[in-house]
Ligand binder design. Structure first.
Ligand code: FES
Length: 142
């Protein structure tokens, strides 16, 4: 049911923890399942130099958080903003259809953290990041 990559990132998640010197933090939750994901970014000169995550959730949520942090580490903010949940799922060699919504949580958490970074810089994030959903209970991916 789950690919070897999903099992690997679930059993050995990368970039777990908190960043004391984070300058962008995003937390999102899924009302339906109660899972919560928090992403910490350290941004220097518009580049994500470090990233950590804490996920209280299902195995797919942990695996997608882990892969998503690997995919944005060292990337510019504009590159990180183009990361879609589909790209995370592809990098994990797929997820069962009922688990696709878990990957949406990772994409939203990253966007929320980047929006927080811009807000802290005194920049309105909406034109850059777009409208954010703080949870995905009303999305139609379930
Ligand atoms: Fe909630 Fe996966 S079941 S994020």
């Amino acid at each position: 049911m789950y690919s070897a990559k999903v099992m690997d990132h679930f059993a050995n998640p990368r970039n777990v923890g908190e960043l004391a010197d984070a300058n962008g933090i995003g937390e999102v939750g899924n009302e339906k399942c109660g899972d919560i994901m928090k992403i910490y970014l350290k941004v220097e000169n518009e580049v994500i130099t470090d990233v950590k995550f804490m996920t209280f959730g299902c195995g797919a949520a942990i695996a997608t958080s882990s892969m998503a942090t690997e995919l944005i580490k060292g990337k510019s903010l504009s590159e990180a903003l183009t990361l879609t949940n589909q790209a995370v799922v592809e990098a994990l060699d797929g997820l069962p259809p009922v688990k696709i919504h878990c990957s949406v949580l990772a994409e939203q958490a990253i966007k929320t953290a980047i929006a927080d970074y811009y807000t802290r810089q005194g920049i309105d994030p909406t034109p850059i990041v777009g409208e954010l959903k703080s949870d995905c209970h009303d999305c139609d991916c379930h």
